[in-house]
Design a protein around this ligand. Sequence first.
Ligand code: PEP
Length: 250
Amino acid sequence: MRRPLIAGNWKMNGDRQEAEALLKAIAGAEPGKADLVVCPPFTALAQAQDLLRDTVAQWGAQNVYPEPAGAYTGEISPQMLQSLGCRWCICGHSERRQLFGETDELINRKVKAVLDAGLTPILCVGESAEERQNGQTASIVQREVEAGLSGVSAEEAARLVIAYEPIWAIGAGQAATAAEAEEVCSWIRECMFRCFGTEVSGQVRILYGGSVNGRNVSDFLKEPDIDGALIGGASLRAEEFISMYNRAKA
Ligand code: PEP
């Protein structure tokens, strides 16, 4: 039985005061049979460590550089994240792929570095509108999963998280339908089966992300291959974000 997971990606939002208010509200979430994760910007991670300590909420980063330390001006290592109590790290978000030119090869290095530091990667994969129209969804998602997880062991693969985030649904206000999301998440699970076998494909958690909110989250949670959601915009609204976590617990 896979434990549902609700994860929030704040992106580049939240100054010190806003982060404090949001984290304090999230700290009030009640425990239950689901996991709750927030990924604020790097600048708010120390606040998360302070304000979420001993709460049900865990925290993570939105990005990382795949080296432990050194002359990489402006970058943050998995070890630095770990020292702030981070247990999670988003890798390969489509905004990083599109706006910052991240390749499958770099994302794979990030996934492995995050695992080596004992953190859990949330590997994001998903096709653009054009790729979907051209019937390339399955091949794009398969390539991103296989390349992103190249060299990862079965034991590591079982404990990481994959988020299917169609680029056309991110920040669009119009999510994929639950059936569209389930179809691709089931392909991802099949891909995990081919790469790592039955046990891993049965254990790995697969999220849907893209315009998830308090009104549609339950539709996704009902699907057999969708184990939760990665939420951008709606994760900045504390009450709505916690209500989505409460649906996942139920
Ligand atoms: C995201 O950026 O990961 C995301 C899913 O954004 P939104 O929920 O705003 O579509």
